[in-house]
Design a protein around this ligand. Structure first.
Ligand SMILES: [Zn+2]
Length: 148
């Protein structure tokens, strides 16, 4: 899914579960579960060559900036801004994609990351249909916003 979706989910779980023993595994599991749902993201088309790496990289940077903005808007507290734990949750929500980024963008897949990236890839279901691929993410963000 988009970084916006993974980051918002990670932030949400960190905020709700509070305890890292609970939220760290829950956030990592949420990433793979969300990628299993048919979706569109900025990497869609990289593996079959319909999207250029440079284009996906620029879109990914925009996606990350928007993800930080969404997390800020969802979880800002007037007294302290956004608590560090929330940003940590958002980072954990994105971690599997960060670990895959060297492979996706720089064609570099370190041996120690191969099993994890293969697992990630095996659960990933994407569609080139942008509308169909965004609908589950809009629903997800609306639910997270309603339950925050
Ligand atoms: Zn992913």
């Amino acid at each position: 899914m988009l970084s916006i979706s993974h980051a918002a989910t990670g932030a949400f779980l960190a905020a709700k579960l509070q305890n890292p023993v609970l939220y760290i595994p829950a956030i990592l599991a949420s990433h793979y579960l969300e990628d299993w749902i048919l979706h569109w993201d900025v990497g869609t088309g990289l593996s079959n060559g319909t999207r250029k790496r440079s284009h996906a990289f620029v879109l990914e940077l925009i996606d990350l900036v928007l993800a930080i903005g969404v997390v800020f808007l969802m979880f800002r507290d007037s007294a302290v801004g956004v608590q560090p734990q929330i940003y940590f949750g958002a980072f954990l929500g994105l971690l599997p994609d960060f670990l895959e980024a060297p492979r996706n963008f720089f064609n570099w897949n370190p041996k120690f990351l191969k099993p994890l990236n293969s697992f990630h890839h095996s659960l990933h279901h994407s569609t080139p249909n942008v509308l169909r691929g965004l609908i589950p993410q809009v629903i997800l963000l609306a639910l997270l916003w309603a339950m925050k």
